[in-house]
Design a protein around this ligand. Structure first.
Ligand code: DON
Length: 580
């Protein structure tokens, strides 16, 4: 151990918890204020739709449904009706619930469907084309949410999306950049190319209008007849027909049998804050809580954002939690998830005792209990005048999903099957090395990392948060929470601050640009850490956050100003937070 380390480690123990929160002044836009409601999404037109629903008397669930349909049109990289997701809801009476409308494996799916005769993974078989597609859940999810927790007629909530699809919407720079990144892939599918590429073969550019009449007609049919128009109507028929002729295994029964699950969210307490997040088939809530439980005994607010000691504690907690994620968790209808063990504070103590305060752990020593490519998902956060809060994360998995549209439907289909374990020990799109608990089986849902999260304090809503980012969703969401609760950031600083990530395998600390100062990086390297990323590396995630009662903890303590503060991560080029 060198002198710097000896000094910092002794500070770590000697002054633990002696001082209050460290004030951080990250350079970020000011949070957006609202008295009656707040909507934060990755596409400004969808944000506006949500605010209009709230203004016209709809509640947060109504707004979430309308935003979900609007994003399917104006944010085609991830917004969807051909994919699936999760909705965490906390109503004004203090009840919380969780809707799982994630994709299911087709009935004809098999454990080895992505392996060749030698047992090797067929490259990209779980990512491109119809074999990659899971049975979509978004339409059933939105309708279930509306029927059970919304107040508005279906047609009112679909109307803005239908208008965007039929009349078109004008591309801003970020919309064009997102499409340009996937243009080559979309060109390979005739129906997708017809929608997203111009007659000259180029993708739509800034200032140009994208019109999606076929998608508009499907949305119109859903508006008039409900989810049956999708699951039992012509869209399902067209998708099955295209799937059968292009190497897929989807059947009519897959669509007819799809159902939404209403589940009890994962709950845990961190420093007096109640975290409400996604249960299996997501790993998100369990793993965020496991990491928070481990971190709760470290004096993070004293140690400070980005310090070597903080990063050491965070990375080690992440390392232990991700090995559990990858080995032990899966669809609760198929496996027995060890949730109570993973959430037990005594288990967190066991983990803490194994963390060497002076040295990096080694992933290879941790035995499981049992890409450069563009990826997209989207998260949005909403709160209404009555205090109903909704967090939604939904996705096609990769950017523009499987890159295919069944002719006549206008619906981009997901490639969610890649979230399963294609082969134990082999990495998926997000580098996740997973096990048997997440093996493919008919009607099974692949394990997710999506973490739509609501936090309460003393029984009142405090924060709504979530993000896309594949396997990194968990650490993105976690870091936004730590940034607010431990590091004293305002909600905008919290979602914008540079991030770190570790996921057990590969055994590296991933860094966003400027996440660590050079001397912090040196101190950590001396402890045995190796890094990936740095100042010219890509950014990840697009967190969407709302804070209630002030823009930061300090502001709340002073009495705050407005009631709601929102911030869309500036990594989302066309995102926005809007209050009213
Ligand atoms: O459910 C999951 O964990 C992934 N399918 C999420 C994909 C994702 O976040 C991609 N976006 N960045």
């Amino acid at each position: 151990m060198d002198r710097l380390q000896a000094r910092t480690v002794s500070l770590f123990t000697a002054f633990a918890l002696a001082l209050g929160p460290v004030t951080v002044h990250a350079a970020s836009p000011a949070p957006v204020e609202g008295e009656h409601g707040m909507v934060v999404t990755a596409q400004h037109l969808a944000t506006d739709v949500g605010v209009e629903v709230l203004k016209s008397g709809g509640n947060a669930v109504d707004a979430a449904v309308a935003v979900g349909y609007a994003l399917a049109v104006v944010y085609p990289t991830a917004g969807n009706i051909g994919g699936g997701g999760f909705m965490t809801i906390r109503t004004k009476d203090g009840k919380s619930t969780f809707l799982d409308f994630r994709e299911r494996a087709p009935l004809a799916a098999t454990k080895t469907m992505y392996l060749d005769a030698k047992g090797d993974i067929v490259p990209r078989a779980s990512l491109d084309g119809y074999l990659a597609v899971g049975v979509p859940g978004s339409v059933m999810g939105f309708e279930t949410a509306r029927e059970k927790y919304g107040t508005k007629p279906r047609a009112d909530l679909l109307a803005p999306a239908i208008a965007f699809a039929k009349d078109g919407f004008t591309f801003e720079q970020g919309d064009a950049a997102s499409l340009a990144g996937s243009a080559k892939r979309l060109a390979k599918d005739e129906a997708a190319a017809k929608i997203f590429l111009k007659p000259d073969g180029k993708p739509y550019a800034e200032g140009e209008k994208l019109v999606q009449p076929e998608l508009g007609a499907v949305l119109q049919a859903i508006s008039e007849k409900g989810p049956d128009a999708f699951y039992k109507g012509t869209p399902a028929d067209a998708i099955v027909k295209a799937s059968q002729s292009k190497g897929g295994i989807l059947s009519k029964e897959d669509f007819e049998q799809y159902s939404v699950r209403e589940l009890k969210p994962i709950e845990c307490n961190y420093h007096g804050y109640d975290i409400i997040s996604s249960p299996p088939p997501s790993s998100g809530g369990v793993i965020i809580c496991e990491i928070l439980n481990v971190l709760e005994d470290y004096p993070l607010s004293y140690l400070g954002y980005g310090s070597a000691e903080t990063v050491h504690a965070m990375v080690e907690a992440m390392r232990y939690a991700y090995v559990d994620r990858n080995a032990a968790l899966g669809d609760p209808d198929f496996i027995d998830n060890p949730v109570s063990k993973l959430l037990d504070k005594a288990y967190a103590t066991e983990i803490r005792e194994k963390i060497d305060p002076y040295k990096a752990g080694k992933s290879a020593d941790l035995k499981p209990l049992g890409g450069k490519e563009s990826t997209e998902t989207t998260h949005y956060s909403i709160i209404d005048d009555e205090g109903n809060a909704v967090a939604v994360t939904y996705t096609l998995n990769g950017s523009f999903g499987a890159g295919v549209v069944a002719p006549g439907t206008g619906i981009l289909l997901n490639n969610e099957m890649d979230d399963f374990t294609s082969k134990p020990g082999a990495a998926n799109l997000y580098g996740l090395v997973q096990g048997e608990a997440n093996a493919i089986a008919p009607k099974k849902t692949p394990l997710s990392s999506m973490s739509p999260t609501i936090i309460t304090k003393d029984g009142k809503p405090f924060m709504v948060i979530g993000s896309p980012g594949g396997s990194r969703i968990i650490t993105i969401t976690l870091e936004a929470i730590l940034n607010v609760i431990d590091f004293g950031m305002d909600i905008s600083q919290a979602v914008n601050a540079p991030r770190i990530h570790h996921q057990w395998q590969p055994d590296k600390v991933y860094l966003e640009p400027y996440a660590l100062s050079p001397d912090t990086e040196k101190a950590l390297a001396a402890m045995g850490y190796s890094f990936d990323g740095g100042n010219d590396a890509p950014l990840w995630g697009q967190a969407a956050g709302i804070l209630v009662g002030g823009k930061s903890l300090t502001d709340i303590a002073k009495g705050g100003g407005s009631r709601y503060y929102g911030a869309m991560d500036s990594r989302a080029a066309e995102g926005s937070a809007k209050g009213y």
